[in-house]
Ligand binder design. Structure first.
Ligand SMILES: [Zn+2]
Length: 64
C-alpha cells in the first residue's frame, strides 16, 4: 500500500487523524471523513473538497 501524505497540525505538530465529521449545508447534514488534529481538534477541510461536496449536494437537491 502506498504511503499517504501525512497532514500535520501547524499549531501542535501532530499528525492529523481521519475522523468522521458531520457537515451541515442548507439544512442538510452529511458525513465526511476529514483529517482532524488529536491535540486541538482542528478539522482540516481542503477548500477544493468543500466546493466539490457543495456542488455534489446541490446537484442531489436539484434532482429530487
Ligand atoms: Zn492541533
Amino acid at each position: 500500500m502506498a504511503e499517504e501524505t501525512t497532514l500535520r497540525c501547524c499549531a501542535c505538530n501532530l499528525a492529523l487523524e481521519p475522523r468522521k465529521t458531520t457537515l451541515n449545508y442548507m439544512g442538510h447534514g452529511f458525513s465526511v471523513t476529514l483529517p482532524r488534529c488529536p491535540g486541538c481538534g482542528q478539522v482540516y477541510i481542503p477548500e477544493a473538497l468543500v466546493s466539490g461536496r457543495m456542488l455534489e449536494v446541490e446537484k442531489q437537491l436539484e434532482e429530487k
